[in-house]
Design a protein around this ligand. Structure first.
Ligand code: PEP
Ligand code: MN
Length: 258
């Protein structure tokens, strides 16, 4: 279903009136985790001042250590949704458990499936039965074929509105948090008709190369970019080292757009 062989035209996904995959790049920025109303308010205001249409933030966090901050859950989604409404933004947020989907849906416009759950097949099947778009991230060590098959699960179970997100894969290289597989973008565009995003934050894990990586992603045909932005990264409850401050973000976005 997701194969280019079966459908030549690109899939364009309507997210509350905004078209993803129509040729204009989509930008999804926001903090790693939703932490407070005030934090979401500050980020949402900054995004809307730039004319951006989406905000991200995790409320269900897939943390490596069980002792780390696990996210605010539905309460966090409510905080983000409130800020998003006030500033006319659409919400992108990760769900890890099919059992949380129903409660989360009123607050989320695009359901993100994180790298760690790319092959959570019962979750993928459940996503087939919802009527909101899904942003599916590539697994930590998933091949492109496995990634495309995961998208196929969602489509096969009834939801054709799937976007793919390359977010770096595990290699021996330690200079970046993960290794961005830039060639995955044109390959996914060739082999599927789905919109393709690049998460420049989790793929690199470093702020000093975000601009060239974002430009590279757009140059190879990405339909969208995701990155993490936090009003006070040093105090962030997750991914403190890799999130842009609002000042860094202002400069990054200005340079990216001209
Ligand atoms: C995220 O985007 O919040 C995240 C946890 O990313 P990934 O699933 O790609 O690691
Ligand atoms: Mn993060």
């Amino acid at each position: 279903l997701v194969s280019r062989k079966n459908k030549l035209e690109d899939t364009v996904i309507d997210v509350q009136g905004d078209m993803i995959g129509d040729g204009e790049p989509t930008f999804v920025f926001g903090p790693c985790s939703v932490e407070s109303k005030e934090q979401m308010e500050r980020v949402a205001k900054n995004l809307s001042e730039k004319g951006l249409k989406y905000i991200r933030g995790g409320a269900f966090k897939p943390r490596t250590s069980p002792y780390d901050f696990q996210g605010l859950g539905i309460e966090g989604l409510k905080m983000m949704s409130e800020a998003a409404k006030k500033y006319g933004l659409r919400v992108v947020s990760e769900i890890m458990d099919a059992g949380d989907l129903e409660a989360a849906l009123p607050y989320v416009d695009v359901i993100q499936i994180g790298a760690r759950n790319m092959q959570n097949f019962s979750l993928l099947k459940a996503l087939g039965h919802i009527n909101k778009p899904v942003l599916l991230k590539r697994g930590l060590s998933a091949t492109i074929e496995e990634f495309v098959n995961a998208a196929e699960y969602i489509a096969m179970h009834g939801n054709p509105n799937v976007m793919l997100c390359e977010r770096g894969i595990r290699t021996y290289e330690k200079a970046t948090r993960n290794t961005l597989d830039i060639s995955a973008v044109p390959i996914l565009k060739r082999e599927t008709h789905l919109p393709v995003f690049v998460d420049i934050t989790h793929s690199t894990g470093r702020k000093d190369i975000l601009l060239p990586i974002a430009k590279a992603a757009l140059a190879v045909g990405a339909d969208g970019i995701m990155a993490e932005v936090h009003p006070n990264p040093m105090l962030a409850l997750s991914d403190a080292n890799q999130q842009m401050s609002l000042e860094e973000f202002d400069l990054f976005y200005k340079k990216l757009r001209n």
